[in-house]
Design a protein. Structure first.
Lengths: 125, 143
């Protein structure tokens, strides 16, 4: 009975941590200046939020089968959120969504064929 | 290192990479969360896109290292060039080129040691090669 109560409490803590992470990710969507910062900060934080809620639910209702289900859900969630962020950021770059002004170095700009002869492209590094 | 000793330390290397990655992941989450909540004029953000020389060889290693970099909040793989062995990484808190390169290469070193039965060659090109656009992309490389 004692162990059961501890796991119930820990589950609640994990679920609230997950909710907090998702709220912060939502605030970040509004506050960060460009596509790449949003994709890197928000995409994966939201992934962590969902993973944390799944772990919390597992702790509140623990069984062997649920453990397997939760492991598969967490791994799939983290993998897909990473691949999704990369796909969004890369397609954004290929479609001329330039990084925000505060970006101080951009090595990828050198590889663009429409900017290689542009003198402004060299001064940005 | 002989084959038997490297085989014996393989599980240990995997576990130590996972623990190290979880620690780095949580720390990065805290940094990003604090910076998102900070008032705008005191934000410490200094983003940059850096070409990082990489030591990965196989498809699995390239896929995993770019996934691990993207999973860490604050860093994001934008593109890779297998021909030049470069990862293009967008970082959120980049003080200098060297600091981000060091951070990424430490993660890659640990990952390769965990993935390979014996670590093998971990050398990288010292200097980032000059990548210029070519009319025809090299074979096997998707732009």
């Amino acid at each position: 009975m004692e162990l059961h109560d501890i796991m119930h409490g820990a589950g609640l803590v994990f679920i609230f941590l997950g909710i907090l992470t998702i709220i912060v990710a939502g605030i970040g969507l509004f506050r960060l200046p460009d596509l790449y910062l949003r994709a890197s900060a928000v995409g994966t934080s939201a992934g962590l939020g969902v993973a944390s809620i799944v772990i919390g639910a597992l702790l509140m209702d623990f069984s062997g089968l649920n453990l397997v289900k939760a492991a598969v859900a967490v791994i799939a969630q983290l993998l897909t959120s990473a691949v999704g962020s990369m796909a969004i950021a890369r397609s954004g770059y290929l479609n001329n969504s330039l990084p925000a002004e505060i970006t101080h170095t951009d090595d990828l700009l050198k590889t663009r064929r429409d900017r290689a002869t542009d003198p402004e492209g060299e001064s940005s590094t | 290192m002989s084959t038997t000793t490297s085989l014996a330390s393989w599980p240990w290397r995997m576990v130590s990479f996972l623990l190290w990655y979880i620690k780095a992941f949580v720390l990065a989450n805290v940094y990003v969360t604090l910076d998102v909540l900070r008032p705008k004029r005191r934000m410490k953000m200094s983003p940059a896109i850096i070409a990082v020389p990489a030591a990965s060889e196989s498809d699995t290693e390239w896929t995993l290292i770019s996934c691990f970099i993207t999973l860490t909040p604050g860093t994001l793989t934008l593109s890779i060039s297998r021909e030049h062995k470069i990862l293009y990484v967008h970082g959120m808190f980049v003080e200098s080129r060297e600091s981000l390169v060091e951070e990424i290469q430490e993660m890659e070193d640990r990952m390769l040691r965990a993935l390979r039965r014996s670590p093998g060659d971990l050398s990288r090109p010292i200097r980032v090669p000059d990548v210029v656009p070519v009319d025809e992309p090299p074979e096997g490389e998707v732009r």
